[in-house]
Design a protein around this ligand. Structure first.
Ligand code: FES
Ligand code: FES
Length: 216
């Protein structure tokens, strides 16, 4: 078998030496760099970006949105960073610090609030998605001086020690009662299982939910 070789290597592409060409020649490129380097550098620093990038200030500003929602019966409109959780909205923007930040990851239930009647982990709920929503936090549960029956039951049953989990337990308990999951202590335990109590007050918490649900 024979291998044919080309008679001669392909000719290199022609390089135009025409000064009017858009491509700079090696000589003009070196001259421009040597003489105008500072100007070029200055342009990159002070002038508009040649790459179309936004000014640093605009790039750093996080996107934000206005959201209007009802919190404990009061209409509130706030502008928040789009990443803001409902928990940070109520605690940091509205000063409602009864809802607690435990894990900030959906694992402990300390941040539980009601949104449109359903219990949610507010640390996992984006505030900007709640336009027009009705939110109830622990601060909105009592009617003036009159405690919600479950708040009173927690006191009657002594269902807390340090109290850090208590607001979340009560809000979750309100949801549990509204959902009708209070048929037995076992059912209450199951439907309250998303709320962790590091002090281990579970027996009394279940009794408090039973008391509020059934008056016993
Ligand atoms: S702080 Fe939200 S679930 Fe723990
Ligand atoms: S009372 Fe302390 S964590 Fe529940």
């Amino acid at each position: 078998m024979s291998t044919e070789l080309p008679e001669s290597p392909p000719a290199p592409p022609e390089v135009s030496q025409d000064a009017s060409s858009s491509a700079p020649s090696r000589r003009t490129f070196i001259a421009t760099t040597a003489v105008g380097g500072a100007v070029v550098a200055g342009g990159l620093i002070a002038g508009p970006s040649v790459f179309g990038a936004e000014p640093a200030e605009a790039v750093d500003a996080p996107p934000s949105s206005r959201v209007s929602l009802t919190v404990n019966g009061e209409r509130r409109t706030v502008t928040v960073d789009n990443r803001t959780s409902l928990l940070d909205l109520v605690r940091e923007h509205l000063g409602l610090t009864g809802s607690k930040k435990g894990c900030n990851a959906g694992a402990c239930g300390a941040c539980t609030v009601l949104v449109d009647g359903r219990r949610v982990n507010s640390c996992l709920t984006l505030a900007v998605r709640l336009e027009g929503a009705e939110v109830i936090t622990i601060e909105g549960l009592s009617k003036g001086e009159r405690l919600h029956p479950l708040q009173q039951a927690f006191i009657d049953q002594d269902a807390f020690q340090c109290g850090y989990c208590t607001s979340g337990q009560i809000m979750s308990g309100v949801g549990c009662i509204d959902e009708g999951h209070t048929g037995s202590p076992e059912e209450i335990r199951e439907f309250m299982s998303g709320n962790i109590c590091r002090c281990g007050a579970y027996v009394k918490i279940v009794r408090a939910v039973e008391q509020a649900a059934h008056g016993n």
